[in-house]
Design a protein around this ligand. Structure first.
Ligand code: SF4
Length: 276
């Protein structure tokens, strides 16, 4: 696929996502922004999604131009690489938010190499969310989080807690697979945080279980080791958080399963559903 075809496809995804989210019109990009693009990389920008989006609306009247010039930058719902945090925060449902994620290309490398975005799965009204770091190869292929060997182990952990995947909600901090399963870059996590936070706002869980150091550190904004984060209850925006080892780590280090079971018992006690 040529760069131009890819840009058109991405733009179509972004606009479909905004339509699905209830956005029916977009403000024009400010002239300075377009001009900066033009001088920086004219050939690529002729067909870039934002350039096409900026060119699409009809010329504004002097009244609407004045209104737009008074509009804060944050009101723009489509930036160079797709929906903004404002668009994510305005998504009225999980389905609408997912459509925005599908069209997102904020992390250039991830968007170029992903098979698909991996939004999340489970009960949209769950009391408990499990949070991982990012999709792996199996998740990227199937479009669902925790479906590989680590996912099978997570299913067993859920069973031991007398829970099923349908009762909880499972999501990742990042919606796209980092190539080679590398850890997410801080900038990538920051790019995706608006989607993640809106997802939690819509689900409104009472509890989060962070699976692994990357998710735990990301959520709790700390560099503390997972070994020290586990075993106690933390807080993220009013939601109780318990951290434990990632199932993939448990597959490599079965001796750590006992510690994870202690963490799950702590979590279930907090939820008022103690398990032996
Ligand atoms: S990881 Fe998140 S912010 Fe980055 S491209 Fe994917 S959906 Fe967009």
């Amino acid at each position: 696929m040529s760069d131009a075809d890819r840009s058109r496809t991405l733009l179509a995804q972004q606009l479909e996502g905004l339509l699905a989210a209830g956005v029916s019109c977009l403000p024009r990009a400010d002239a300075g922004r377009v001009a900066r693009w033009s001088s920086a990389a004219p050939a690529a920008e002729e067909t870039s999604p934002a350039a096409v989006a900026a060119a699409a609306p009809p010329a504004p009247s002097s009244e609407s131009a004045a209104a737009e010039s008074a509009m804060p930058r944050s009101r723009n719902l489509l930036d160079d690489a797709g929906p903004t945090d404002d668009a994510a925060a305005a998504a009225p449902t999980l389905d609408a938010l997912q459509q925005l994620v599908v069209g997102c290309t904020r992390c250039e490398e991830l968007a170029a190499k992903r098979t698909q975005t991996v939004f999340g799965v489970g009960n949209p009204n769950a009391r408990l969310c499990f949070v991982g770091e990012a999709p792996g190869a199996d998740e990227d292929r199937l479009g669902e989080p925790f479906v590989g060997r680590a996912g099978q182990l997570l299913n067993k952990i859920l069973e031991a807690c007398k829970l099923s995947r349908d009762e909880v909600y499972i999501l990742n901090v990042l919606k796209c697979r980092p190539p080679g399963n590398r850890n997410p870059e801080p900038a990538e996590s920051a790019n995706c945080r608006g989607f993640f936070d809106r997802q939690l706002d819509l689900i409104q869980p009472e509890f989060i279980c962070c699976l692994g150091a990357v998710a735990a550190r990301n959520l709790l904004d700390t560099q503390t080791a997972i070994g020290k984060l586990r075993g106690s209850v933390h807080d993220y925006r009013g939601i109780k958080v318990v951290c434990t080892y990632h199932p993939a780590y448990l597959l490599r280090n079965p001796a750590a399963k006992g510690a994870t079971w202690e963490d799950m018992k702590l979590l279930m006690r907090e939820m008022g559903q103690p398990v032996d």
